[in-house]
Design a binder for this molecule. Structure first.
Ligand code: MSP
Length: 509
């Protein structure tokens, strides 16, 4: 495939105080879809994820379970990597913040800010929530506790270095308002601009005196760097910032940070301010997705509705898990994961939908044309698909460019329905008795529908897409351009199909 330009996408790096949960899988699978889509467009994609391993959260958990912080990090980072492998995540690298290369870049970046006079020293007294890994204000507390973690914050008094955030806020605001720094979806942009308008943000501390598990400040080793300040720098340390600038020059600024809405302030305000202070370009886009509930309730151990992603993969397989996760509600909004409907949905969309369509198409091709893709005499007029498949591809492409992940997926489901309707309308079994030429047109059209479905599915269900292409005898050539691939009628006539087991078998409740 011809390379069209660079595209850098990253997920947040995940805390390793615990094993991964469904929320982490949701962010990572969505980002993977976007990364795969851009590879399909022929772009030179860099897709990064990893684990955020320092800070008091990890330090405390390690103590609790009688391990060293590093042992806990190795163990849980390993769980993230295993899960991402099982989910077919196509990340180009997996960064751990305990790696020396990250530490080295962070020290260079922090020294740079120090030299540019972006820090000052002060004593700090405040309430700290370890769950959030941040200082929390009295106003935010509910009955004295952090509303997210339901725990009492700790009172902390210590010497800290502070970042002159306020100096950079007007510029950050201007860039977001002008759309030069895109914050999406719109609701999040408003939220961020609201924070900037109300001037509620103060300079923040970039170091901690009482925490030991972290990277020491290069200019004062009595302090370790505040975990958030260090973690954000993963986005550039992973590109070799300050060490080997070639990759950095090639890929920075990042095209999109895909994050959850909980960490928008860090990404859309603190991170751009730090970059401005260092004189570096800002991210092009920050996209924050929503939070989900499970069957209407917040996912929690107390309610007992926690879904383990590994269990989902065990029972549905990788691609179906990806599908079930992404098809639930619009990306970017909060929504509900209807886990009690998973089997029903799996049967309807995957077994009876995608899988059955391919199987029927291949069976009829075997029966009527000895398994050879027939020659089409004339192009079918597809009344069920106004604008043809081209219009559908345009919508699909626009949606994925705008990270409307669930909407893009809905076009595939729609195309399956159109193809099913087409079978009912044209009745190939009747044509087989009376009109061979028309039958050839219909069968070619159906095979071609399946080919388009397979390519549209590729970012979402890569393994299924590949199986479909093998069955259709389609070779996904390296040099095939995206525009070529989405054209109607490029399925080669005379190709031998290979019917195999159905892609998805129906499941009982
Ligand atoms: N380590 C920081 C990020 C540093 S990035 C420089 C962090 N880690 S985290 O492990 O708490 O998870 C981060 C991301 O996981 C969230 O932003 C979100 O993308 C995802 N999710 C965690 N819980 C989630 C839900 N319940 N629902 C949806 N996404 C969730 O924050």
């Amino acid at each position: 495939m011809s390379k069209k330009g660079n595209f850098y996408i990253a997920t947040p790096i995940y805390y390793v105080n615990d094993r991964p949960h469904l929320g982490h899988a949701y962010t990572t699978v969505s980002a993977d879809v976007v990364a795969r889509f851009h590879r399909m467009l022929g772009e030179n994609v860099l897709f990064l994820t990893g684990t955020d391993e320092h800070g008091s959260k990890v330090e405390k958990k390690a103590e609790e379970v009688g391990k060293t912080p590093k042992e806990l990090c190795d163990e849980n980072s390993g769980h993230f990597q295993m899960l991402f492998d099982r989910l077919s995540i196509s990340n180009d690298d997996f960064i751990r913040t305990t790696e020396d290369s990250h530490k080295e870049s962070v020290k260079i970046f922090m020294s740079e800010l120090y030299e540019k006079d972006s820090f000052y020293e002060d004593r700090y007294e405040g309430l700290y929530c370890t769950g959030c890994e941040r200082f929390i204000t009295e106003k935010e507390l509910v009955e004295g506790k952090c509303p997210d973690h339901k725990t009492y914050p700790e009172k902390i008094t210590e010497k800290n270095y502070f970042f002159k955030l306020k100096e950079y806020l007007p510029k950050v605001k201007e860039l977001i308002a002008r759309g030069e720094l895109q914050v999406e979806p719109e609701s999040r942009r408003k939220e961020v601009l609201g924070l900037l308008d109300n001037e509620v943000l103060d300079d923040f501390s970039v170091s901690r005196e009482s925490v030991k598990w972290g990277i020491p400040l290069p200019f004062d080793d009595s302090q370790v760097i505040y975990v958030w300040v260090e973690a954000l720098q993963f986005y550039i340390s992973a590109l070799g910032y300050g060490r080997d600038n070639e990759k950095f020059e090639q890929f920075w600024p990042v095209d999109v940070h895909v994050i959850g809405k909980d960490i928008i302030k860090f990404h859309a305000i603190y991170w751009p301010a730090m970059l401005l202070a260092a004189g570096l370009p800002l991210p092009k886009k920050i996209y924050a997705h929503g939070y989900f509930t499970i069957n209407g309730d917040k996912m929690s151990k107390t309610i007992g509705n926690v879904i383990d992603t590994n269990d989902l993969i065990d029972s549905f397989g990788t691609d179906a898990t990806r599908y079930l996760l992404l098809s639930q509600f619009p990306f970017g909004q909060d929504g509900d994961i209807k886990a009690d409907k998973f089997i029903e949905q799996y049967n309807a969309d995957l077994a009876n939908g995608i899988s059955n369509l391919l199987h029927r198409t291949l069976s009829m091709t075997e029966k009527y044309f000895n398994g050879i893709t027939p020659t089409m005499a004339e192009e079918e007029h597809l009344s069920l698909l106004p604008g043809g498949v081209e219009a559908l591809w345009n919508n699909y492409k626009n949606d994925l460019n705008e990270l409307k992940v669930e909407k893009a997926l809905s076009h595939v489901t729609m195309l399956v329905k159109v193809a099913d309707g087409y079978i009912e309308q044209t009745k190939p079994w009747e044509l087989a008795k009376e009109d061979q030429e028309k039958l050839a047109n219909v069968m070619y059209t159906l095979l071609e529908f399946n080919r388009h479905i397979s390519f549209m599915l590729y970012p979402f269900m890569p393994d299924t897409a590949e199986k479909m292409q093998t069955a259709l005898g389609v070779q996904y050539e390296e040099h095939t351009s995206f525009d070529e691939l989405i054209k109607w009628g490029t399925l080669e006539r005379g190709t031998k199909i290979k019917k195999d087991e159905p892609l998805f078998m129906r499941r009982e409740n």
